[in-house]
Design a protein around this ligand. Structure first.
Ligand SMILES: Nc1ncnc2c1ncn2[C@@H]1O[C@H](COP(=O)(O)OP(=O)(O)OP(=O)(O)O)[C@@H](O)[C@H]1O
Length: 287
């Protein structure tokens, strides 16, 4: 019998008032993959992730996590998930260990396993030795790794990471990604991640979905997406260009971004303003 994929979305729609944030999204993520959700600001990535985590309501039959319907079996789905949102979730006035302990209680990790699981999660992200320090004293990269530990403490099978490296310098970014890779290799955990860094997407993701204006525009491995663009250039007679990067693929599928009709900016500045404000707030708190 075929095993259920880590995630299956069938015709996911989500609107905020009259504005459609996600428009008929079909997506399948297989167990063990690192799957990147790409797209310009306002493409619908965070809304998709929040729907998967059951934080936004969706009707039955639309989202399944390891075969569990997110509408009918909300708690079963939540138990399978770890989620690191874009906004910071660590409390600066607690120590690293206290932050992770808090999540262990919230996620109902059995009391007798709690201490060991908290230590394991902190060690897995390389914070075991500094777990006694207040999170306020951590660098931006350490805070992001602490949030990863918070999400890891419930031993999720599907980890959802919304821009886990936003606002980090290249060394801190690598250290966050190296930890994700190590944990994934050790546990077989599936990862669904958004990033605006095309280098990260290219180097760290097995497969990518490119969203724009709430719709899926392209799907495949980084190599497939690039070779599709080569084929398209050939068909349209564009010659003499260097091999495309993932950024070229992104630009090709995202059109003129925020100036497209129906985009966040065209639908009202408020949405775009909120997106930028949220991103800046996270980045500056990490900086
Ligand atoms: N709470 C909300 N109320 C109203 N509109 C919203 C809300 N959250 C998101 N939107 C709108 O829905 C659309 C999709 O937003 P979403 O945050 O999912 O995009 P995104 O791809 O994650 O963008 P970013 O890369 O900036 O994080 C945008 O037009 C956004 O303004």
């Amino acid at each position: 019998m075929e095993t259920a994929p880590a995630l299956h979305c069938t015709g996911l729609n989500y609107s905020f008032g009259d504005a459609k944030a996600v428009d008929g999204l079909d997506l399948r993520v297989d167990e063990g993959e690192v799957f990147g959700l790409l797209g310009p600001n306002g493409a619908g990535k965070t809304t998709t992730m929040r729907a998967i985590t059951t934080l936004l309501p969706v009707p039955p039959g639309v989202i399944e996590v390891f075969g569990h319907d997110a509408a009918r079996h909300k708690m079963a789905v939540r138990r399978l998930l770890g989620y690191v949102p874009q906004q910071l979730s660590a409390d600066a006035s607690l120590t690293g260990r206290e932050n992770v302990q808090l999540f262990a209680r919230v996620f109902d990790v059995p009391r007798r396993e709690r201490a060991a699981r908290v230590s394991q999660a902190l060690d897995a992200v390389g914070l075991g030795d500094v777990a006694h320090r207040l999170a306020a004293t951590y660098s931006g990269g350490m805070v992001r790794r602490l949030e990863l530990a918070q999400a890891l403490v419930s031993a999720p099978r599907l980890m959802i990471l919304d821009e886990p490296t936003i606002g980090l310098d290249p060394i801190a970014r690598d250290s966050v990604w190296d930890r994700i890779t190590e944990i994934r290799l050790g546990t077989g955990m599936t990862v669904l991640v958004t990033t605006h860094s095309m280098d990260e997407a290219d180097q760290r993701c097995d497969r990518l979905a490119l969203m724009h204006l709430g719709r899926l525009r392209a799907l495949g491995t980084p190599a497939q997406l690039k070779s599709e663009l080569v084929a398209h250039r050939r068909e349209s007679g564009e010659t003499g260009l260097p091999p495309p990067s993932l950024e070229d693929v992104f630009r090709y599928h995202s059109g003129s971004g925020l100036n497209d009709p129906g985009s966040a900016a065209e639908n009202g500045e408020k949405g775009a303003f909120r997106d930028v404000r949220r991103t800046r707030r996270t980045a500056s708190r990490l900086g």
